[in-house]
Design a protein around this ligand. Structure first.
Ligand SMILES: CCCC/C=C/CC(=O)SCCNC(=O)CCNC(=O)[C@H](O)C(C)(C)COP(=O)(O)OP(=O)(O)OC[C@H]1O[C@@H](n2cnc3c(N)ncnc32)[C@H](O)[C@@H]1OP(=O)(O)O
Length: 243
């Protein structure tokens, strides 16, 4: 599956809705046992949640948007398919979450590409299920330091801390992702799927049990004037960086 929403594959409500529909179709297709996620946009895997969806909108919009973010994560993290992220560009925040949610991550070894949960840099806080997913990949200490600092890690650093499983030259990313997929698909599906469920169930159950509370938390946090101001300033900073 190739993300193609220029300029930066930001995760808008439309993007998330289409992503979930595509995942559901693949999940229901018995002939499909695995999916490789990558980007058709040069240098960017995904720039994370679309900040404009979280700025100056109604409470109803925030609720709808956040449910779509939850749905994307629940579907991908619990997928019966083998999921491989072929990270061919930068991948901050929600983009990093997508990669973390997969079974295996391969990143192009370009030191200019960065990945991480940088929410703290925007003055916002990654919710518990972003944090849980991160801890499950890199461990508690690395996740705590990286989350508190809102670190964006270069590709080599991301590999060193275990955020990505391997680095390959960009031109070899597709072939390597295909080879990894073949390796994972060589196992009997039922054994691999049950093992995946066993490893991820507690974290998935936690969001399912607190889903509505999590929506309300998001709304009350994002609606604060101080948070809205931080997001506006961040967007202005992104625009200024260009000029
Ligand atoms: C409160 C509960 C927790 C909520 C959790 C949130 C998780 C998130 O995902 S928050 C989003 C965090 N994302 C980022 O911090 C990434 C911001 N973007 C960048 O760092 C850069 O854009 C980039 C490294 C991804 C790409 O850099 P590049 O130089 O190629 O492109 P730009 O000129 O910066 O951007 C082009 C264009 O796109 C707009 N844009 C970029 N990212 C976003 C985004 N996440 N949402 C909306 N719009 C975005 C950027 O402003 C530019 O727009 P203009 O062309 O109109 O100036």
């Amino acid at each position: 599956m190739k993300f193609k929403s220029p300029p930066v594959n930001s995760l808008s409500l439309d993007f998330l809705t289409e992503f979930c529909i595509s995942l559901e179709k693949l999940e229901n297709d018995r002939a499909c046992r695995g999916v490789i996620l990558t980007s058709a946009v040069p240098k960017i895997f995904s720039s994370g949640l679309d900040i404009t969806e979280m700025c100056g909108k109604s409470t109803e919009h925030y609720a709808e948007f956040w449910r779509a973010v939850q749905e994307m994560w629940l579907r991908l993290y619990s997928s019966n398919m083998v999921t491989v992220a072929a990270v061919n560009g930068s991948s901050p925040a929600g983009g990093c979450l997508i990669a973390l949610t997969c079974d295996y991550r391969i990143m192009a070894e370009n030191p200019k590409f960065s990945i991480g949960l940088n929410e703290a840099q925007l003055g916002i806080v990654a919710p518990f299920w972003f944090k849980d997913t991160f801890v499950n990949v890199v461990g508690h200490r690395v996740a705590e330091r990286s989350l508190q600092l809102g670190s964006l890690h270069s590709a080599p650093e991301a590999h060193r801390i275990g955020l990505v499983d391997e680095l390959v030259p960009e031109e070899k990313l597709k072939d390597r992702a295909t080879a990894v997929m073949q390796q994972w698909l060589a196992l009997p599906d039922h054994a691999r799927q049950l093992t995946k469920t066993m490893m991820r169930k507690a974290v998935l159950d936690r969001l399912v049990a607190h889903r509505e509370e999590d929506v309300q938390n998001f709304i009350s946090f994002i609606s604060k004037e101080s948070i809205q101001k931080s997001l506006r300033m961040y967007m202005e900073m992104l625009k200024k960086k260009k000029s």
